[in-house]
Design a protein around this ligand. Structure first.
Ligand SMILES: NC(=O)c1ccc[n+]([C@@H]2O[C@H](COP(=O)([O-])OP(=O)(O)OC[C@H]3O[C@@H](n4cnc5c(N)ncnc54)[C@H](OP(=O)(O)O)[C@@H]3O)[C@@H](O)[C@H]2O)c1
Length: 286
C-alpha cells in the first residue's frame, strides 16, 4: 500500500489519532507529522517525523516519498497556502477533514472567520490537481469532553446555553473508519461525505444521556448566551465560541441533519451517543 502521511494525529488529535491507530492495524506504511515527537504516544508501527504547519519548510521532510495525505487543520490561516503548495508538490491524493459547509441546515450555515478558512482550504485543494476526498462531519461526540466533563466531574449540575438545540453527534471512531476507507480504497475521489451520528438529540438530551451512561442523575440549567460566552472562553477562542453560540441558536426548532453515510461507507451502523458516552464514561467520573 502507498505511504500515507497523517497531519493532526498526535496524542491530542481526536480524529487523526484514531485514523493513525486504524491505519497502523491494517499494516499500511503510515507516517505521522508531529510537533513534539516525545509527547506523540503513537503505535510503534507509525513512523514519526517532526513537522509544524506554521513552519512550512519542515513539511518537505514529512512529505518525502508520501503518496496520500490525511489532513486535519487547526493551524492559523496564514499557513494554509504554503502548506497546500508543498502537499501538492509531493503527494497524489488527499483526504481532508472539513465540515458540512454545503449542507442547507442552519446549524451549518452561520458565517464566521473559521468557515472562510475552511473554504479557502477546499478551494486550494480542488484546484491543486490532487485527487481529493472531503469528510464533512457534523458535531463531534467528543466535544462533550471539553464542554461538559469538567462540570460533571465536579458535581451534578451542568450549566449550558441553548439546551433545546438539537445536533446529531458523531463518534470520532466512525469518522476515522470512513477516513481509512477513503485513504485505502479506490472509489472515493471527488466524494464529499457528510457524516453524522444516527440520532437528532437536543443538548439537554445529550447531557442526560451522559448521566445515564455514568449512572448519575444530572441537573441541567440553561444559562444565557452572554454568560456562556464568558465561560466558554476557557475552552476555545472567541471566534469559535461565537460560531457555536450562533449555530445552536439557529438550530433550535428543527431536528438535526442526519445522514446514513457512515453505514453506507463502512457497512456498520453509526455509533449512538449512548455508545460513545458509555465507552467514555471514565472521562466523566471524578
Ligand atoms: N469538533 C467538532 O465538532 C468539529 C466538527 C466538524 C469539523 N471539525 C473540524 O475538525 C478539525 C479538528 O479535528 P480534531 O478535533 O480531531 O483536532 P484536534 O483534536 O484539535 O487535534 C488537532 C491536531 O492537529 C495538530 N496540530 C495543531 N496545530 C498544528 C501545527 N501547527 N502543526 C502540526 N500539527 C498541528 C495537533 O497536534 P499537537 O498534539 O501538537 O497539538 C493535533 O494532533 C477542525 O478542522 C475542525 O474544524 C470539528
Amino acid at each position: 500500500m502507498n505511504p500515507i502521511l497523517v497531519i493532526g494525529g498526535t496524542g491530542t488529535g481526536t480524529v487523526g489519532r484514531q485514523v493513525l491507530s486504524r491505519l497502523a492495524a491494517t499494516g499500511a506504511h503510515v507516517r505521522a507529522m508531529v510537533r513534539n515527537p516525545g509527547a506523540a504516544r503513537l503505535p510503534t508501527q507509525v513512523e514519526v517525523v517532526r513537522g509544524d504547519l506554521t513552519l512550512p519548510e519542515t513539511l518537505d521532510g514529512c512529505l518525502d516519498g508520501i503518496d496520500t495525505v490525511f489532513l486535519v487543520w487547526t493551524a492559523p490561516a496564514a499557513a494554509v497556502a504554503p502548506t497546500l503548495e508543498r502537499i501538492t508538490k509531493h503527494a497524489r491524493r488527499i483526504v481532508y477533514l472539513s465540515a458540512p459547509l454545503k449542507t442547507a441546515h442552519p446549524l451549518f450555515q452561520q458565517p464566521n472567520p473559521l468557515r472562510a478558512m475552511f473554504e479557502q482550504i477546499e478551494r486550494l485543494i480542488e484546484t491543486s490537481g490532487l485527487q481529493w476526498t472531503f469528510l464533512r462531519p457534523g458535531m463531534f461526540a467528543a466535544n462533550a469532553l471539553s464542554w461538559w466533563a469538567p462540570q460533571i466531574r465536579a458535581g451534578d449540575v451542568v450549566r449550558w446555553p441553548h439546551l433545546a438545540a438539537p445536533t446529531a453527534p458523531i463518534d470520532e471512531r466512525d469518522i476515522a473508519a470512513v477516513a481509512v476507507r477513503a485513504l485505502c480504497e479506490d472509489g472515493h475521489v471527488g466524494a464529499e461525505y457528510v457524516l453524522t451520528g444516527p440520532q437528532s438529540l437536543s443538548q439537554f438530551e445529550q447531557v442526560s444521556t451522559i448521566g445515564r451512561a455514568i449512572g448519575r442523575s444530572l441537573r441541567v440549567e440553561e444559562i444565557s448566551p452572554d454568560e456562556a460566552r464568558r465561560e466558554l472562553l476557557t475552552i476555545g477562542p472567541l471566534p469559535a465560541v461565537n460560531m457555536l453560540l450562533q449555530a445552536w441558536a439557529a438550530a433550535i426548532g428543527q431536528p438535526a441533519h442526519v445522514t446514513s453515510t457512515v453505514t453506507e461507507i463502512t457497512g456498520a451502523p453509526a455509533k449512538t451517543f449512548l455508545d460513545w458516552a458509555t465507552d467514555n464514561a471514565a472521562e466523566f467520573r471524578a
